[in-house]
Design a protein around this ligand. Structure first.
Ligand SMILES: Cc1cc2nc3c(=O)[nH]c(=O)nc-3n(C[C@H](O)[C@H](O)[C@H](O)COP(=O)(O)OP(=O)(O)OC[C@H]3O[C@@H](n4cnc5c(N)ncnc54)[C@H](O)[C@@H]3O)c2cc1C
Length: 391
């Protein structure tokens, strides 16, 4: 069997490569490794914001969307070509995912005509959005959220607290899930509101990551007034939208995760050679096992994408997210082991490769939590893939 791209797909790839060769920002020319370095002191690096707008204006932000939404109406296979080329070059689209990955697609599906006018600025990155889902007692069990919105005439009055809200300190709008029916079963009393972050009664307190960055925050709402026209979808119909949001996030996540794993395996080989342990049987076996896993994941990802492109569900994506995030963590830990004591040093002067291994190791934990933790992915696989009963 001979597998190759069709003529239009090859043409698409050539155009993409020509665009990236000419326009990739100098900051990403050698690949984009971890956010801390790329952003400097900014929560969202200015060069990344300009890059997102350029991608949008040239139809390369979400190629499957029409030109007015930053795309070029490409096919699912071409979307795959696009994602692969970006991840192969380690060129990001944007670091602040909420607007283009969650808010834009969700408003297209559930928003009214007025709300749909917000979509292009969300995808172009002109409006910074944050997602208010998690709360101190509602993370994995999102349906347990208690931030409440009480309808008073044509205004919702919002009270409560969100946590781990990425980009809340710089966002101008929040896609916020609130409880609007206190009596209904917990999945049935949730609504989605668009909340302006400069509304009186909102307090944002940044939270610092283990790597010293403060990219997410706690957000407190005290008698915040939100016009009823900011309700997205049906009153008490928010749960369906949470499911949609996460699906938008997951469909394309695996390509980047697998590409990052493959690149880390390549770096591990170089690291082992440079540190004289490339002939150590234990190190060789561990690196080989990671290579084997990365290759299997790529194949499984293609299988899942094929189902997705044909309109079927792709339960493989839960496994891809689980396996690539856990393997990423193990790979960075192995890099630190190979380096010995210097592997754990974060400062640029003494840490090997600018502290790359330990910083990436820290961030790798976040990948096993955000968008559904590893334990939750295992529960999904147990129930939906293996047909085991709910525990
Ligand atoms: C980098 C990053 C960015 C994030 N950005 C956002 C954002 O922008 N907006 C937002 O709303 N949230 C955001 N989150 C929060 C994220 O969605 C939650 O952290 C996640 O859903 C887990 O919830 P939790 O932290 O409350 O942990 P919990 O749900 O309290 O879980 C604690 C531990 O218990 C395990 N556990 C929980 N339930 C089960 C179960 N049923 N079976 C087995 N094990 C279980 C979990 O796997 C975990 O190990 C972000 C998180 C990270 C790491």
């Amino acid at each position: 069997m001979k597998l190759e791209w069709t003529e239009p797909d090859q043409q698409f790839l050539s155009e993409l490569r020509a665009f990236l060769d000419e326009h990739t920002p100098v900051e990403a020319a050698n690949g984009f490794d971890f956010q801390g370095e790329a952003n400097g002191d900014a929560i969202i690096a200015p060069w990344l914001q300009a890059w997102q707008a350029k991608l949008f204006d040239n139809g390369w932000m979400i190629p499957g969307f029409p030109p007015e939404l930053g795309g070029r109406n490409c096919t699912p296979s071409q979307t795959m070509i696009y994602l692969e080329e970006l991840s192969r070059r380690r060129v990001p689209r944007a670091t602040h995912f909420p607007g283009y990955a969650i808010v834009g697609p969700s408003l297209l599906e559930y928003g009214n005509d007025d709300q749909k006018t917000l979509v292009s600025a969300a995808i172009r990155g002109d409006t910074i959005w944050c997602i208010g889902m998690s709360e101190p007692d509602a993370g994995s069990d999102l349906a347990g959220l208690t931030t409440r919105a009480d309808l008073d005439g044509d205004t919702f009055i919002v009270n409560g607290q969100k946590v781990w809200t990425s980009y809340a300190m710089v966002a101008s709008k929040c896609f916020c899930y609130v409880r609007t029916d206190q009596q209904a079963p917990k999945h049935k009393g949730i609504s989605l509101l668009i909340i302006d972050m400069d509304s009186p009664g909102i307090e944002v307190r940044p939270l610092t990551h283990i790597n010293g960055q403060a990219e997410f925050a706690e957000v407190f709402f005290t008698d915040v007034h939100v016009p009823v026209c900011n309700l997205v979808g049906e009153l008490n119909g928010g749960w369906a939208i949470t499911q949609g949001s996460l699906a938008h996030e997951r469909a394309g996540l695996w390509v980047d995760g697998v590409a990052r794993l493959e690149q880390t395996v390549t770096s591990l080989v170089e690291l082992a050679k440079a540190n004289g342990c490339h002939d150590d049987v234990g190190v060789r076996r561990k690196i080989a096992a990671m290579h084997e896993l990365a290759s299997s994941l790529r194949s499984l990802g293609y299988k899942g994408f094929a189902s997705y492109a044909q309109g079927s569900s792709a339960p493989e994506h839960s496994y891809m997210k689980l396996a690539s995030s856990e393997a990423g963590k193990a790979a960075f830990e192995l890099g630190m082991e190979i380096l010995g004591p210097y592997g754990a040093v974060t400062d640029a002067l003494r840490g090997a490769e600018n502290g790359r291994w330990v910083n990436s190791f820290y961030i790798s934990f976040a990948n096993t939590i955000a968008g559904g933790s590893s334990e939750i992915q295992r529960n999904i696989i147990a129930q939906r893939v293996l047909g085991l009963p709910r525990n």
